[in-house]
Write a protein that binds this ligand. Sequence first.
Ligand SMILES: C[S@@+](CC[C@H](N)C(=O)[O-])C[C@H]1O[C@@H](n2cnc3c(N)ncnc32)[C@H](O)[C@@H]1O
Length: 268
Amino acid sequence: MSHHGPMHAQPEVGLRPDSPALPRPESGEQHRGSAWGQLPATSLRSRHSALSSTQRQTWDRLWPELGIDALAGSSRRGPVDTRAWFGRDAPLVLEIGCGSGTSTLTMAQAEPHLDVIAVEIYRRGLAQLLCAIDSESATNIRLIRGNGIDVLKDLITSNSLSGVRVFFPDPWPKARHHKRRLLQPATIALIADRLIAGGVLHAATDHPGYAEHIAAAGDAEPRLARADPRTETLPISIVRPTTKYETKAHDAGSAVSELVWRKPKSDD
Ligand SMILES: C[S@@+](CC[C@H](N)C(=O)[O-])C[C@H]1O[C@@H](n2cnc3c(N)ncnc32)[C@H](O)[C@@H]1O
């Protein structure tokens, strides 16, 4: 693969308050108009998104077909017709915060029977993934630029996802920033709603405090049950490639927690 670009652990960089993707970064304000109550207002960070000329050319050529802009203020409304978008009817996986898409591509290639939607706010990460999709001729990946919470809420229907992946979400380590974390009880409730019966939520983090926070939220969600991939057959693989971000975490001595839940079927 040719796209092992930099990952995105820049803890001090906050999205500008006037960004269309970040309504009120300092206020702790919750998602307005949400039926999901306590959805975090944001977990986003700013990144400069200048594309190389190759990335720009690939973007211009492929984005109209493979990408959807769901940033706040975009005209995109209503659920995505994934069958039409992928040109087939296959089990669907949503990855939130794909970064430059290292895991997305590797896992999609390993599971060609799945259709994968990668959600990311960071345009250059999506451009890197688009370039890799192009060079690898991957056919089962589509991209959405936007906030994963908005995407789940507005573009994805209930009982439609076989899997949701969240790998190394920004940990927001300071206590006063915990409300910005992506994986909160309300986000997990939303994910549980979007999963089909038998569907899987797979999160990974190298931050022990965030791991505990995610574990507590997932375990408290009544529609999810912990899954043991060693003994259960799951509809999606939980085998991830090691990304640059993860390598840095390992080098810094951090252990990685894998957190996996399944939405039980009625006959389970
Ligand atoms: C620490 S990076 C990890 C990237 C990748 N998953 C990996 O394992 O290398 C977290 C990524 O999540 C993205 N992100 C954070 N909050 C998001 C949100 N609400 N919706 C979509 N992407 C988000 C960031 O832009 C960043 O690229």
